[in-house]
Write a protein that binds this ligand. Structure first.
Ligand code: TEU
Ligand code: CA
Length: 543
């Protein structure tokens, strides 16, 4: 693999997968590392450059592995360390990369550190965590898991004190004011980097430090620590990346790029709900306004853009009224709501209308940033709101219509989660094998978009210039760099749109629409285009 390419992430297409949900190689009902390894050809064929896998470490699984009980092992159901090494080798043999989830902010309460800390005030591990005799400190910090937690403090009978936790009470926060905690985390990173990972997705990074009188998010101390981590990476592992899960407003995420000396990448959380707003309103304004508000980032940095992920579709970075509107439009059944979000997958959110789903991907793949696909969304998988928490968007990958959707050969009662049975989304309707076989399937359209992207770096790093003097229903923009330019037009509405676009080429010009390979003429600098409802077109100038 081209280890010399230090900025590979600027144009990569990412894919988020949940090992437990992907493929069960030993028929115990849980997906595992060997199973994932057996499916790498599928991911390579889709055109994926880099995989992000959710936590694979020992855990009581009260938060699907985001509650880590040992940073140096593999959860037994997923396999052993040799399986991980084999996975890494197979990923790299395919010129692909893999980053792992690094849950810095907290551990599981089952972690030996916490067990030692709570049982002895004198333990060297006591101040690995944040303790208090009262539950009033840091009162300005919001509760994130609103549906389940009533406080960020929980009394621990054994310890005789309260401990701080920004998420479930079974996830005590680590105390980053303790230099030993910082050392421990850098040691953990070194361990996995030496095993060959290409970087980390840093979980819940805004919450690492706490300070009285602040909201305990995005504190300067956190940025100082990230700079330390980035320096460590640059000195010892050039080419490996840090991807920030900082669910914040654009200007606050901008700070996580520092001067190009903090995170290489950061998820662009705020644009995500606005893609859904724009689609529902048939109006580009929500997308354009948040991108207009998004600051420039250092040359060696990149946004990671997404439609959905393993969590709820978060509505934390919208106004109260936007949230109410989104819930009314996209989560009419209150069971679809979780915390400040919506726990549904992409296809059900978009009425299982392939035109709309493709259009969402056209926006994802042509707006600035490196896009990430959530496993199963590429084949239009459904969800199950009957399942608790976010489990309904984490069901087994549907490979075919054989038993257990080809995910596992075990008895269905032993599966970690039921397979989707919904009449529109069950494996007879939705499966990898079916999607691959149908030439106009969602999968094949996404695969085509990825192929086009890979050949043209303009989509990830070119400039973004909106076409304005056209109906709001059209999200049309130029992507330009010094060698090429592309005109993207997305019809966000369910009505046909006729538009004349100023292409500012003085002479007659031939344009090719990249997805259909149809050619179009512009005359006197103007091109007439007609778009069906939810149709999208990507034009490249042929002259
Ligand atoms: O989520 C961190 C976080 O801030 C969440 O509230 C997120 O903003 C929200 O769920 C919408 O995306 C991370 C993981 O993604 C999540 O799965 C874990 O439960 C959480 O951290 C605790 O580790
Ligand atoms: Ca913290």
């Amino acid at each position: 693999m081209d280890r010399k390419n230090k900025i590979w992430y600027k144009n990569a297409v990412f894919y988020e997968l949940y090992v437990r949900a992907f493929f069960d190689s030993n028929n115990d009902g849980h997906g595992d590392l060997r199973g994932m390894t057996q499916k790498l050809d599928y991911l390579q064929d889709l055109g994926i450059d880099c995989l992000w896998i959710m936590p694979i470490y020992p855990s009581p699984l009260k938060d699907d592995g985001y509650d880590i009980a040992d940073y140096y092992q593999i959860l037994p159901e997923y396999g052993i360390l040799d399986d991980f090494k084999a996975l890494i080798d197979e990923v790299h043999a395919r010129e692909m990369r893999l980053i792992v989830d690094l849950v810095l902010n907290h551990t599981s309460d089952q972690h030996p550190w916490f067990q030692a800390a709570r049982s002895d005030k004198e333990s060297p591990y006591r101040d690995y965590y944040v303790w208090s005799d009262t539950s009033y400190k840091y009162g300005d910090a919001r509760i994130i898991f609103l549906d389940t937690e009533t406080s960020n403090w929980t009394w621990d009978e054994v310890a005789g004190q309260y401990y701080w936790h920004r998420f479930y009470s079974s996830q005590p926060d680590l105390n980053y004011d303790n230099p030993r905690v910082q050392e421990e985390m850098i040691k953990v990173m070194q361990y996995w980097l030496d095993l060959g990972v290409d970087g980390f997705r840093a979980d819940a990074v805004p919450y690492l430090f706490e300070r009285e009188g602040t909201n305990c998010e995005n504190l300067p101390e956190t940025h100082a620590f990230i700079k330390r981590v980035r320096n460590f990476l640059d000195q010892n592992y050039p080419g490996r990346i840090l991807l920030a899960e900082a669910n914040q407003w654009p200007e606050d995420v901008r700070a996580y790029f520092g001067d190009g000396d903090e995170f290489h990448m950061g998820f662009h959380f705020p644009v995500m709900p606005r893609i859904f707003m724009a689609l529902r309103k048939g109006d580009r304004t929500p997308i354009k306004s948040i991108l207009d508000r998004t600051p420039e980032i250092p040359e060696n940095c990149q946004w990671c853009t997404f439609l959905r992920n393993h969590d709820e579709l978060t509505l934390e970075m919208v106004t109260e009224e936007e949230r109410e509107w989104m819930w009314k439009e996209y989560a009419p059944d209150v069971r679809m709501r979780l915390n400040l979000g919506i726990r549904r997958r992409l296809a059900p959110l978009l009425d299982n209308d392939q035109r709309k789903i493709e259009l969402a991907y056209s926006l994802l793949f042509t707006l600035p940033g490196s896009p990430i696909i959530y496993y199963g969304d590429e084949i239009g998988m459904g969800d199950d709101v009957e399942l608790p928490d976010r489990n309904g968007v984490r069901t087994p990958m549907q490979w075919d219509s054989d038993i257990n959707a080809g995910f596992s050969g075990t008895d269905a009662s032993l599966l970690y989660s039921p397979i989707i049975t919904h009449e529109q989304y069950n494996p007879q309707q939705v499966s990898v094998i079916k999607q691959i076989s149908l030439s106009n399937s969602l999968y094949n359209r996404i695969r085509k978009m990825i192929q086009i992207r890979k050949g043209m770096h303009i989509f990830s790093r070119g400039s973004l210039e909106w076409v304005e003097a056209i109906p709001d229903a059209l999200a049309a923009y130029w992507r330009k760099n010094d060698s090429e330019k592309v005109l993207v037009i997305n019809n966000l509405s369910n009505t046909k749109q006729n538009v004349i676009i100023q292409v500012d080429e003085p002479f007659e010009n031939i344009w090719v629409e990249l997805l259909t390979e149809r050619s179009y003429e512009s005359k006197g600098g103007k091109m007439r285009v007609e778009l069906e409802p939810f149709e999208y077109m990507w034009f490249k100038n042929l002259i």
